[in-house]
Design a protein around this ligand. Sequence first.
Ligand code: 5GP
Ligand code: MN
Length: 334
Amino acid sequence: MKEQDIQAIHQLLSTPKKIAIIPHRGPDGDAMGSTLGLYHFLLKNNHQPVVISPNEFPDFLAWMPGSETVKIFEKDKTNCITILEEVELVFTLDFNALHRVGEMEKALEKLTVPFVMIDHHQSPDNYAVVTYSDTVFGSTCEMLYNFISFLGKKSDIDQTIGTCIYTGILTDSGSFRFPKTTGTTHRIIADLIDLGVENTEIPSLLYDNSTYSRLQLLGRALQNMKLLETSKTSYITLTQEELDSFNYIKGDTEGIVNYGLSIKGIVFAAIFIENAEEKIIKISFRSQGDFDVNLFAREHFNGGGHRNAAGGKSEVSMQETVRKFETLVAQLKL
Ligand code: 5GP
Ligand code: MN
């Protein structure tokens, strides 16, 4: 972080304020971890923070400290708009373009108070007075740890804040496996464990909470997997009908895309998930090595993300979406 940005944050936080903290729509472990971590930090520093999520967060994150205080914009619009109209400062975490909050974008655009962005995605938009944005980091939670440290407040990081930060680092690094995991990442994790963060319990809360129907859905997804071997690519489809038949709830498809990439020789994997209510096919892309799925998602599927993990959407049928994908993949040199 630049010295002048640190000074600007000191200035912004010099008196107690009402502060909104916003994750992206469809918040994941890093979005919830960073917003709740910041929430506890600001609370400790005599501010009045509130986390407003654009939509529901997945059940497997409901154990996180402070999650019971999170307001859900799409469920409680009038109340959330009233809160937003009263805040004096807004933090946006784990995203860098306001359209990532969906319907909430309009409400945010109306605000005249300063915004602060903390994020690790490529090509940040220019809406914040302080933009702490850096793609070298594997998670926004790792950046939040630095952010608090830059403010000279590292000693404020306690077990609660640490639990939130740990969760985001763990989930966004694929349990410390993805390429942006560094020695520094592990040193932060070591610090957090020394603070009492439950490093065996948290992965269990996140990942050992499956249900029979979720595993059955996984089974169907794996059976639906197609291999495009000459293109070193695999993809999975799940229709709304299939989701319904396995009593799908939010979060059930989390991580399934990675199975495609676990096949020896496969460097590009995708999953296409129908959302009948929103009339879209939601897509996740993963790659191993140099192939940039962020660019692929931006160019062809109205999305974005990181080099090795990105997402997008399609507004045509599953069949047409898959046909388009296969045509594009055939032209790639993977
Ligand atoms: P996931 O596939 O886990 O939903 O997302 C992987 C990465 O891509 C995340 O960093 C997420 O922020 C980003 N991403 C997912 N969907 C979209 C999208 O529709 N648009 C953009 N710009 N990024 C996305
Ligand atoms: Mn993230």
